[in-house]
Design a protein around this ligand. Sequence first.
Ligand code: UPG
Length: 466
Amino acid sequence: MSATSGDAQVSHVALLPSAGMGHLTPFLRLASTLASHGCRVTFIAIHPTVSSAESLHLSALFSTYPQIHPLEFPLLHLDAMDAYKLADPFYLHCESIRRSAHLLLPLLTSLSPPLSSFIVDISLASAFIPIANKLDIPSYILFTSSATMLTLFAYLPGLIADAKRIDDVAIPGMQPLPASMIPPALHDPTNLFTKQFIENGRALLQAKAILVNTFESLEADAVAALNGGAVVRGLPPVVAIGPLHQPAARPSGSPGRTFAWLDAQPARSVVYVSFGSRTALSRAQIKELGVGLERSGCRFLWVVKSKIVDREDGEGLEELVGNGLLERGRGRGKGLVVKGWVDQNEVLGHGAVGGFVSHCGWNSVVEAAACGVRILAWPRGADQRVNASLVERSGLGVWAREWGWDGEEGAEVVRGEEIGQRVRELLGDTHVGESVARVREEALRASGVGGSSYEGLADLIEKWRA
Ligand code: UPG
């Protein structure tokens, strides 16, 4: 349904993100993009949030874009989740949102003008699409990881019906996926993540289309396999809409000194080190990483994180990395270590940054592609090995395959010497330098006017207006 404003039909779109910045970020970007295309946007703001980064980014969005309307969605208080007490706080919160789904129905009913479409985060899809169906609102899914990961998501429910244990997976139209690359939680059928994964994988079929923050040339095989019916028959169209642009609305996060320091560094000389919004390293690994960065001889900007949830991350930098490293970095001007939120997209877009040691959360990969920054992939869990393999295949960077991930059997702390060597090699690799420049051009072409991602989204908006 669309509303009429003057002569023009205005589409009214509601967006529902899930827990954590890895999920909120693409929704913030999509919301501001839709608003800039003239859509009326209702942004469903989950209350409470897990991290303060989420609250700050939501406030910044609403204060900068008056045309984006907040719809507060207070969650049920759930005590009855004892079975999942040890689960990751973000997955647990996601489960709370899912169990509160029925509360959204009256809130959506009260919206005026009525909605033309409802875009829901993949991790909430199976709980909320039935709600939108009750109101006859067409549902769309925003898949927050790669299209390559989407092939696994779509394929797995069928596979798991026959298999007790997931082994290597051969998805039609795709390169074989070894068991070691599959998100570790999926090897445990009782895991909360696995249950959500399977239910949401089935719900893909109920959407009108699946939107992915990627671009066709980066994942041509996956987009073709998904849209050609090779992965699952009857899958709705998969539309690549990335790289999504960063909204103008941003909390005053990155301390000014980070950018003042970057401004003083030579072009492409700095390696930026960050593992996203929710990956904490052990103290032992933090120490070795510090040793490695110094040994690399390269300039570095390192965002240290020792707790999954930012609200609990109170330890000082001195305790975590040691005063020596901080002082040497300051003294020689070669290294800056920070804690707390930095505006990563802006850091990656800074001319001084030439490399990125990344866990390969999907937003980080797409941001690096759009900024032309090469990646040293060090996946830590979830979808990150799948994304790291894509980084390697696309020429966006290299993957330190031999480095284990969190909790993996036999995984050891990666030694500083090894880290230093890989960082040095990354910055000196001219072959990767050339391929990254090509990927960047393709990214810019896709998201620019007339590009495949731009047109893919424009077609959807047109449909919502009709
Ligand atoms: N970010 C900042 N500053 C920080 C930390 C993070 O701007 O100090 C941003 C970053 O630019 C990115 C987002 O926060 O846009 C983080 O997203 P991502 O890079 O995808 O990492 P995670 O936060 O780890 O994301 C989760 C999962 C990851 C998955 C992703 C999307 O951990 O594996 O790919 O969600 O589903």
